[in-house]
Design a protein around this ligand. Structure first.
Ligand SMILES: Nc1ncnc2c1ncn2[C@@H]1O[C@H](COP(=O)(O)OP(=O)(O)O)[C@@H](O)[C@H]1O
Ligand SMILES: [Mg+2]
Length: 203
């Protein structure tokens, strides 16, 4: 059984532009922890966003198939959030709410989980990712590293079966990166499929 399958994916941002992605194929099984790496401009974020079902791409031209946990993401992009955790390259742009605790309960609430359970889930992930001290902080007071840890935690609240992370280590110090990598490896060993996009040439 595959959790993520990308087949013959082509993409360009505008009609007259060049193909940015040319025939990308990727199969990810439960328990896989995959690193996709490449230099700036190689198309990592474009692939990540397409898999996450981001609507920004409707202006562009796409060919091929993306399936995540049985959902046809190019046909029903809004459903990707049901099964997939996505962390954008710029974590600050991904924080939507005034308080960190709100950020962590957002996805559970949107998926119909009641408030008390959502808060419990938020506190659990905050404990694991060592951001409990940030829960009552305003999201626009966070440092880049803190914002990244909050965005990563928010993506992990519902224990998604598939996780796509775009340069998740970019702003993390060694200890936070270590905590995060260990937790991600644990999620993979419990059956999640994880794709990490990194620009390792800079690190
Ligand atoms: N919104 C956009 N409109 C037009 N071109 C874009 C847009 N975003 C990225 N690109 C181009 O697509 C290519 C791949 O970019 P990107 O996916 O961000 O690569 P990476 O994440 O590997 O740095 C680059 O040439 C970039 O200039
Ligand atoms: Mg990128």
């Amino acid at each position: 059984m595959t959790l993520i399958r990308v087949r013959n994916l082509w993409f360009k941002y505008y009609e007259e532009g060049p193909w940015i992605l040319r025939d990308i194929n990727l199969v990810v099984y439960p328990g896989d922890l995959i690193l996709v790496y490449g230099p700036n401009g190689s198309g990592k974020s474009t692939v990540a966003k397409l898999i996450a079902g981001l609507k920004v791409f409707y202006q562009g031209k796409v060919k091929g198939d993306i399936e995540v946990c049985g959902i046809d993401v190019l046909k029903e992009p809004e459903r990707a959030v049901e099964v997939l955790g996505y962390v954008a390259e710029d974590p600050e742009s991904q924080l939507l709410t005034p308080l960190v605790i709100d950020e962590l309960i957002l996805t559970p609430i949107n998926l119909g989980i009641d408030l008390n359970t959502s808060i419990k889930i938020a506190k659990e992930i905050a404990e694991i990712m060592r951001i409990k001290h940030l829960l009552n902080k305003s999201t626009n007071e966070l440092s880049a590293g803190e914002a990244q840890r909050v965005a990563l935690s928010a993506a992990l609240t519902i224990k998604p079966r598939a996780i796509v992370m775009d340069e998740p280590l970019a702003y993390l110090d060694f200890e936070s990166a270590n905590t995060f990598v260990k937790y991600v490896a644990k999620l993979a060993s419990s059956g999640a499929s994880i794709i990490v996009f990194e620009n390792i040439f800079h690190q």
